[in-house]
Every structure is written in structure tokens, then in C-alpha cells.
Write a protein that binds this ligand. Structure first.
Ligand SMILES: CC(=O)N[C@@H](C)C(=O)N[C@@H](C)C(=O)O
Length: 684
């Protein structure tokens, strides 16, 4: 029998332990916390630089959707005010040239429509009653009109219609007849016949006028001429446009007579035209198409009539993602990725060597996985707003003044400040393949103790030419939260390290990128805090390819989760939505002309080596890496007698994270599978 004081002592200790475990428990991130995440996008800074308008996204737990409203934040006081409110999505704000009105798209009445709010009175008008979703709203310089893009469907009767159906009879739905090259789009489903065209809307509302009428997709980002009478746009208007997917050029449209004039014509894409504020030049992005897996998108300018084309970023071995003019038309602001970070720089138009980096802290918009993803906005006075990246927070709004970044919003302090998050640390190491330097990041679990031994999860990005970075990621955080060290790297083939690094895997994927990944695992093991019997591997899309590839080469992993993979390049190229691109830019030949070449790089060819217990996880409506890839691997693993299971996510596209509950399910399945196999290692 325990005496009273001993029992009281143990009672106190027990109570304390409970308290500790409860507090540790509640301070660690849980998958349900995905619903508490907010982030900023669609930034517009006012011409005086005093206000930034932005979309404040939030996750609606009832409808399981990402919604958002437009807010403003004062750049001096940091005071935030709502411009719109309600459980719907308001997005794509565009400030009128005089700054008195904000146009935007809203789903508040059901289908997306264009709205305008008068900022001084707060009065709002719905300007349109459109049958399809508008996009790319741009005010004319005189403030009288708004140009936008919209899909126009072409109703064509099916070639066969059945007769003889008795009145009130219930027959099967009519078959779907398809003869388009692009007949389904990931995230958009099976497509209607039609094209995306340019429209003009009076800023007072009314009936929009369709400006382009032909069979080409003329919609997309547009830029107004200074006279408010011309529009500049980028489109693929070539003969064989479906099979020349990078064949975009820049065109001028004269609004009065509808005449379209071609301004660029090289072999390779020219896009993102931006007319300079003085109306003299067009800045744009483009490259000479070498049929490679990756090309740097270079900054160009030309005179407004298309003459005198020149490259401004030839000396910068990076891809430019976004451009804006300075008001004096002497400089351009450019955004590009560099070593997993996103940079904002100012570039003189007078010489390519005149470039200065203003901020290296852009990002935060890819809250699922830590991809680079960012935006900026520049005012007439040169004030700069960015989406700010912090490894522990999704995108906030910040301003950049004299190369100093000031954060204006704290959209996630309520949800995340009281949580113990994984700390992110950069690593660089020489690859075992050839000594090439590889960059990556380690996520240390909450309360990490380097004297203990932890399971290791290698998480691999897709693309394959994309980049991870030290950006907030719900997936990485949730994988680390229960006590796993997570490592993620940018193997060769990733973007943000220059063209040659990305082309290391040109027509050669997977290859040494696999060695880079395995070296990362070795580097972590050498640190002494990893249990070498508890190595786990996962990745999505291109990361799913590399995960399936790795388990065909090694049995070092205790378990694998292969998400939305390509398993067989032959079948992928013949079922993926963007097949005209994939067979020409990822391979040298058509699949039937080089069966061995396709199969050499296909994980299915090595399934006979696999012993690793493998979970597969894919959206049933994924048209990028269709679920038939997953099914092939599942059935092959079953034939081989390898422990496997398949998680099919109903209605989910390639972007599984788009529904918060699907992101929860993805992470929970990965953790569950690894936990099962971690316990098996304990028993061994
Ligand atoms: C170009 C492309 O869509 N590639 C996919 C196969 C892919 O890897 N996608 C990545 C970006 C993902 O994580 O979904």
C-alpha cells in the first residue's frame, strides 16, 4: 500500500505528465488545422503607395472550399479593412487608373461575374451577367473600359442522334463524341468545344463586346496601348497550333476595326506583353524553342510597332516569371526564382548588366508543398508590395522600400503562433553521382533532440522542373509534427539553378537526380539522429515518379507512398491532358518509335525488383497523371506479391490540395502507412 503523501506525490506527477502531454499535444499541428490557414494573393498597390489591396484566402470548413474576400492594408499604419465580405470568392482585383474604383471577379451570385466597388463610398455594382467565367481584367488607361477574357462555347450537334425514343421513356445518357486534340484538362474536366476570346466592357457595366471572333484562343493576359484604342495580347494562332504548344506570339488588336497585327514570329513562345507607361515599348517574355525539357524565359523589349527586339536578361541564367514597368519607362521590375527563393529585382532597359535585387523574400502561396510561388505589385511612384515568404507562415503582404522588407499583415498568428512548428534548416551537399552541389532543407520535428534517433521521411517534388524552397508547407509541417525528420531537396532537374542544371534530366529522367536524393538520405543518416531502419520515401507527380523509381533500385526504405505518379511513360504520353507537349519536349520520338527509350525511364520496368511496402494515392479526376498510371503499378505490385494498397480520392484532380479535406486525407494516409511500417521495424 502507498502512503498518502507518496500517493499524492505520484498523483501530482501523473497530473503534471497529463498536463505536459495535453499541452504538447495541443501545441502540435494537426491535419484539421489546414482549415485555419489563410494566405494573401492578387496584390494591387495604389498609385500613392499608401494601400495594398489583396485577396485574403481562407478555408471554409462547411463547404470544404478555399474562399476569399478582398481586403486593404494601409502601408503606414498596417490597418486592415475589408473591401468585400461573405462566404464566396472575390478575386482578381484591378484598380482603376484614377484609383477610385476596384473591379474584381466574384462568385457571390453563383457563376463568376465582374463587380466594381467605388472605394470612397463602398458602393458596389455587379457589371455583368456572363455565361462563362471572366478572367484577366484590365482597365483601359482612360478608365472608360475594362478588357477581359472569356470562353465562348461553340455549340455543334453530335454527328449521331437516336430516333424512336418513346415519350417519357428513360434511356441512357447520350454518348459523348470527341474530336478535339485537347478534350480534357486537369482541374477543368472534359472540355466543351469553343475558344477563349477577348471582350470589352464599359466601366459603367452593360453588354460586353466580343473583340476577337475567330477559332483561335485569343484570351489571356492583355495590355492596353496608351491611347486606349489598342490591345496587345499573346496567342497561338499558328496552323498546327495544337501540336506546337509553345507557339505563342504577340499580337496587336485595334479595337475600332478589329484588325489583328502580328508583332513577333520566332520559333518559340512570346508572352506576357506589357506596354510601357509612355506607350513606346512592349516588354515581354520568351525564348527560342530548342525542344528541351526546360528553357529560361528571357526578358525582352521591342518598340511598340514590333521593331528593335532585344533581350535584357541574356546574362541572367534564370527564368523570369513576372514583369512590371516603372512609371518613367526606364526600368522593369522582374520576379524570378533563385536557389529555391523568389527574388524581385529592378532592371534597366538600357543595358542588361544594370540590375539590382530588391528583395529575396517573396513566396508563401503554395501552402500544400513548399514550392516557390509568389507575386508582387508596383505603384506609379515605385512603391512595391510582395507576398512575403516565411518558413513558418503562408503568404502575408509586405512592402519593400530601399531593399528593406516590412511585413504588413499577420494572417496566421491566430492559427499558428501558439503551435510548435517544425524548424526548417538549409543543407548543401555534394551528390554521390558526380560531386555536383545540391541544395535542400531539413524540417526538424517539434521539440527535436539531437541525441535521439528519429524516423526520416524523404519528400520529393514534382514538375520535374520546379523548385522547393524554405517556404511554409502544411504537408511538410504535418509530416514532421508527430516526430519525423523530413528532408526535401532540389535534385538536378529542378528550376532556380540555371538552364544547364534543369537540363541535366532532359530526355534523361529519372537519372542522376535519383543519386542526389539518395545522397540526401545518406547525409541525414551521417548526422546521427536518424534511425536507419526507419527511412521512408514519398513524393507526388514527378516526385511520385522518383519514389517509384527509387524503390525499384533500392530496398533501403521501410515503406513508400507514391502519390499521383507516372509509372509508364508510354501510357502517360497517350493519356495525359497536355500530351502534345509531353511527347515532344520530354522525349525525342513518338512512343511507338522508341518503345525501349520510353520503357527504360519507366518505373514499371523495375517493379520486379520492388520489395518495399508501397501505398499509392491519386485523385480519380487527375487528368495530368491519370489514375490509370496508379492502377498499373498497383496491379503489378499485387502480381509481384509486394504489400500495397491504393487510395483513390473521388473527384480530385492533380491538385489534390485544392479541397482542404483531401489535403488532410493525403497527409493522414501517408502518416498512417509510415506509422504501420515504423511499428513493424520496432518488432523486428
Ligand atoms: C508539368 C506537370 O504538370 N508535371 C507534373 C507531372 C508534375 O510533376 N506536377 C507537379 C508540379 C506536382 O507537384 O503536381
Amino acid at each position: 500500500m502507498m502512503n498518502a503523501s507518496v500517493s499524492r506525490f505520484f498523483g501530482v506527477i501523473f497530473g503534471l505528465c497529463c498536463l505536459i502531454s495535453i499541452s504538447v499535444h495541443s501545441n502540435t499541428l494537426k491535419s484539421l488545422d489546414i482549415f485555419d490557414i489563410e494566405y494573401a494573393s492578387d496584390l494591387v498597390i495604389s498609385s500613392d503607395g499608401d494601400t495594398v489591396y489583396f485577396v485574403r484566402h481562407y478555408m471554409d470548413i462547411q463547404s470544404d472550399r478555399k474562399l476569399g474576400n478582398i481586403w486593404s492594408v494601409n502601408t503606414k499604419t498596417k490597418q486592415m479593412l475589408p473591401v468585400t465580405t461573405g462566404d464566396h470568392l472575390d478575386y482578381a482585383p484591378a484598380l482603376s487608373p484614377s484609383g477610385d474604383r476596384l473591379a474584381y471577379i466574384s462568385t457571390r451570385t453563383g457563376k463568376p461575374q465582374i463587380f466594381v466597388t467605388w472605394l470612397s463610398s463602398g458602393k458596389t455594382a455587379k457589371l455583368t451577367n456572363l455565361s462563362s467565367a471572366p478572367s484577366n481584367l484590365v482597365w483601359s488607361p482612360n478608365g472608360n473600359s475594362i478588357a477581359f477574357s472569356m470562353f465562348v462555347s461553340e455549340s455543334k450537334p453530335a454527328p449521331v442522334s437516336l430516333s424512336g425514343k418513346p415519350k417519357d421513356a428513360k434511356w441512357a445518357d447520350a454518348p459523348i463524341y470527341i474530336d478535339d486534340v485537347y478534350y480534357r484538362r486537369d482541374g477543368g474536366g472534359y472540355t466543351e468545344k469553343g475558344s477563349t476570346e477577348l471582350f470589352l466592357l464599359s466601366s459603367q457595366g452593360g453588354t460586353p463586346r466580343q473583340l476577337t471572333q475567330d477559332e483561335f484562343n485569343n484570351g489571356g493576359a492583355v495590355s492596353w496601348g496608351k491611347d486606349s484604342k489598342t490591345l496587345y495580347f499573346s496567342a497561338n494562332r499558328g496552323e498546327n497550333r495544337e501540336f506546337t504548344p509553345l507557339g505563342r506570339d504577340i499580337f496587336k488588336l485595334t479595337i475600332d476595326d478589329g484588325v489583328i497585327t502580328q508583332l513577333t514570329d520566332r520559333v518559340g513562345p512570346d508572352s506576357n506583353p506589357k506596354v510601357s507607361p509612355n506607350g513606346k515599348y512592349i516588354a515581354y517574355l520568351g525564348f527560342d524553342d530548342k525542344r528541351a525539357n526546360y528553357h529560361n524565359n528571357l526578358l525582352h523589349i521591342m518598340d511598340i510597332d514590333g521593331n528593335n527586339k532585344r533581350i535584357l536578361s541574356a546574362d541572367l541564367d534564370r527564368s523570369i516569371d513576372a514583369i512590371e514597368w516603372s512609371d518613367d519607362a526606364k526600368n522593369l521590375y522582374i520576379q524570378y526564382d533563385d536557389f529555391g527563393h523568389t527574388l524581385l529585382a529592378k532592371q534597366s532597359i538600357s543595358g542588361s548588366n544594370k540590375r539590382s535585387v530588391l528583395s529575396k523574400q517573396l513566396g508563401g502561396q503554395s501552402y500544400g508543398r513548399p514550392y516557390t510561388s509568389a507575386e508582387f505589385s508596383v505603384s506609379a511612384k515605385g512603391n512595391l508590395a510582395i507576398t512575403y515568404s516565411d518558413p513558418s507562415r503562408p503568404a502575408d503582404v509586405a512592402v519593400v522600400t530601399n531593399q528593406k522588407t516590412t511585413i504588413l499583415t499577420q494572417l496566421n498568428e491566430d492559427a499558428l503562433a501558439h503551435k510548435t512548428l517544425a524548424k526548417i534548416e538549409e543543407i548543401r551537399f555534394p551528390s554521390s553521382a558526380d560531386g555536383k552541389e545540391i541544395q535542400g532543407w531539413i524540417a526538424y520535428p517539434p521539440n527535436f533532440d539531437k541525441t535521439k534517433r528519429y524516423p526520416l521521411i524523404l519528400e520529393i517534388h514534382g514538375g520535374p522542373v520546379t523548385a522547393y524552397g524554405p517556404h511554409f508547407s502544411m504537408e511538410i509541417q504535418l509530416l514532421a509534427a508527430p516526430g519525423n525528420v523530413v528532408v526535401y531537396i532540389n535534385p538536378r532537374g529542378s528550376s532556380s539553378y540555371g538552364q544547364a542544371f534543369a537540363r541535366e534530366i532532359d530526355k534523361n529522367y529519372p537519372s542522376k537526380d535519383h543519386d542526389d536524393l539518395m545522397t540526401a538520405v545518406d547525409v541525414l543518416i551521417e548526422k546521427g539522429f536518424i534511425d536507419p531502419n526507419k527511412l521512408f520515401i514519398t513524393g507526388g507527380s514527378g516526385g511520385g515518379v522518383l519514389t517509384a523509381w527509387a524503390i525499384g533500385q533500392t530496398d533501403r526504405f521501410a515503406a513508400a507512398v507514391v502519390a499521383k505518379p507516372v509509372i509508364n511513360w508510354f501510357s502517360f504520353v497517350l493519356t495525359a491532358d497536355s500530351y502534345p507537349f509531353f511527347y515532344q519536349y520530354w522525349f525525342d520520338k513518338k512512343p511507338w518509335e522508341d518503345i525501349d527509350g520510353y520503357m527504360k525511364f519507366s518505373p514499371i520496368s523495375y517493379v520486379g525488383n520492388v520489395t518495399t511496402p508501397t501505398l499509392l494515392l491519386t485523385g480519380e479526376a487527375d487528368y495530368r497523371t491519370p489514375i490509370s498510371e496508379t492502377e498499373q503499378y498497383y496491379q503489378a505490385l499485387k502480381i509481384q506479391g509486394v504489400e500495397t494498397a491504393m487510395v483513390r480520392i473521388p473527384d480530385a484532380s492533380h491538385g489534390i490540395y485544392r479541397k482542404p479535406s483531401n489535403l488532410m486525407a493525403k497527409v493522414e494516409y501517408i502518416l498512417w502507412w509510415f506509422e504501420q511500417h515504423s511499428q513493424q521495424q520496432d518488432v523486428k
